[in-house]
Design a protein around this ligand. Structure first.
Ligand SMILES: Nc1ncnc2c1ncn2[C@@H]1O[C@H](COP(=O)(O)OP(=O)(O)OP(=O)(O)O)[C@@H](O)[C@H]1O
Length: 223
């Protein structure tokens, strides 16, 4: 099976502290991999290094078979990678409807995936808030908007940093049920999630980040 993501020897960190230490990672296309780890283990650092927000100091990253080591975020986005960052980054002055329209315009046409009606069915609450500014939404509503926007981009590889934070149980269950379906149909998922039960329920495989590496290793799929 082709690897959506194939990483070897990845090292990254911040001035004076190395966080990732020669990390290997394989995410086969069409699957969900969940990444667990204690606070500060480096889960967000890994997603940032993969999405070009933090420059790795060593290692190789292949995305769907192509060398993507050191690529800038906009190039990775253009190649079909999307990140829903922790803490739901939405654009304060834009309304919910404007967010959805912008994401729909940037969408990679010809790719399968949800459209506006689908995301509003998944998050009916957003449908009631279309004219509202994003910064007036509750935390949970902002999280729904961040997820809706990412889904509308129709990524091939979706990086999710604790996407269930702030969501009510019923919404969490709906998104959790969607992820494996999405992975099979169009978007391989790398999910950072703190809750072991949720990670296990959603993912095909679960791995732990500790001491800058993954345990158990995620496999040896070729690039
Ligand atoms: N911008 C930064 N500058 C310096 N150090 C940072 C920065 N961001 C994170 N760190 C440090 O890097 C380490 C890994 O942080 P990271 O946020 O990746 O962990 P995490 O596993 O995502 O944690 P959490 O579960 O709390 O979100 C921590 O020691 C953190 O303090």
């Amino acid at each position: 099976m082709t690897a959506a993501l194939w990483v070897r020897g990845l090292s990254a960190g911040y001035a004076g502290s190395t966080v990732l230490r020669g990390l290997d990672l394989d995410v086969p296309a069409g699957t969900v991999l969940a990444l667990l780890g204690r606070n500060g283990a480096g889960k967000t650092t890994l997603l940032h290094a993969l999405f070009g927000l933090l420059r790795p100091t060593a290692g190789t990253v292949h995305v769907h078979g192509a060398d993507a080591t050191g690529l800038a975020t906009h190039r990775l986005a253009r190649s079909g990678m999307a990140l829903v960052p922790q803490g739901r980054r939405v654009f304060a002055p834009l309304t919910v409807a404007e967010h959805l329209t912008l994401a729909g315009r940037r969408r990679r046409d010809g790719r399968p995936g949800p459209d506006r009606a689908d995301v509003l069915a998944l998050f009916p609450r957003l449908g009631d808030r279309l004219a509202q500014r994003a910064d007036r939404l509750s935390g949970g509503e902002q999280q729904m908007l961040a997820l809706a926007r990412a889904l509308l981009l129709r990524p091939r590889l979706l990086l999710l940093d604790e996407p269930f934070e702030g969501l009510a149980a019923a919404v969490t269950a709906r998104v959790a049920a969607l992820l494996p379906e999405l992975a099979r149909a169009s978007a391989t998922v790398l999910l950072v999630e703190q809750r072991v039960e949720l990670a296990t329920a959603v993912a095909d495989r679960v791995t732990f980040l500790a001491d800058g590496k993954l345990t158990p290793p995620t496999g040896e799929a070729p690039p």
